[in-house]
Design a protein around this ligand. Structure first.
Ligand code: BTN
Length: 221
């Protein structure tokens, strides 16, 4: 893909600004005044960390896999760190959240927003413990790595399909085969994390049943 980077000092949210740009645009901001996380949570966005959004043309064959492709691209962009992935799309360092991914579909585009704690991480009132990468990488340095990893993974996806991506993702995933708790919008489920389905759902064995979960927060217990 041919990428074009747009850099801003401050935006409300790179995901919002990205909506106005064509496929292949990468929107970066030094800070965000209204950074968003999943489920409308606030994503605190002080200077020094990475706030970036990639604009993709919607592609029914690829859209539902973009979160796995992105998590994997991010993990593979950080070879010097021992990062792991947590379903659906968190990146963990030593079991603590170091990056988050927010996908938003707008008309014929999918905006993939990525926040990475490069030098600092929020600590107060967090749903999960958090960590940062110790200031070893610059925002633009990481974006350049991400562009390379995305291109490489899209090639694998095109040639070999989701299976290959799924197995690489599972190799880095935390909690597979273990008992986890999944918080759904209206209930909490506890079961054994069996893997992910062909369409990206989390497979949770609760008693004799295997539930296929498409939305929720995973907690390792
Ligand atoms: C999450 O884990 O809840 C997802 C967090 C996603 C944060 C990024 S920062 C860049 C982009 N702009 C936003 O407003 N959110 C995403």
């Amino acid at each position: 893909m041919k990428w074009e980077i747009k850099q801003f000092n401050s935006l409300v949210s790179t995901n919002t600004t990205a909506r106005a740009y064509p496929e292949g645009t990468i929107v970066m901001a030094e800070t965000q005044t209204g950074g968003r996380g999943r489920y409308g949570r606030v994503w605190q966005s002080p200077k020094g960390n990475l706030y970036v959004s990639f604009v993709f043309a919607s592609d029914p064959m690829r859209d539902r896999y973009l979160s796995f492709l992105t998590g994997l691209a991010l993990a593979e962009s950080l070879p010097e760190f021992n990062v792991r992935l947590k379903w659906p799309n968190d990146v963990l360092l030593d079991g603590k959240k170091v990056a988050g991914i927010l996908l938003e579909t707008v008309e014929d585009k999918v905006i993939v927003g990525i926040g990475v704690n490069l030098i600092s991480n929020p600590v107060k009132n967090m749903l999960y413990p958090t960590a940062n990468l110790g200031g070893l990488l610059s925002p633009i340095g990481l974006v350049k790595r991400l562009m390379i990893q995305y291109d490489a993974l899209f090639k694998v996806f095109q040639e070999k399909g989701f299976r290959k991506i799924q197995s690489r993702w599972l190799d880095l995933a935390v909690g597979v085969g273990e008992t986890i708790s999944v918080h759904l919008p209206t209930e909490e489920l506890i079961g054994i994390f069996q893997g992910i389905s062909e369409d990206g759902a989390l497979l949770l064995k609760t008693g004799k049943q295997v539930r296929s979960i498409t939305v929720g927060d995973v907690f390792l217990i």
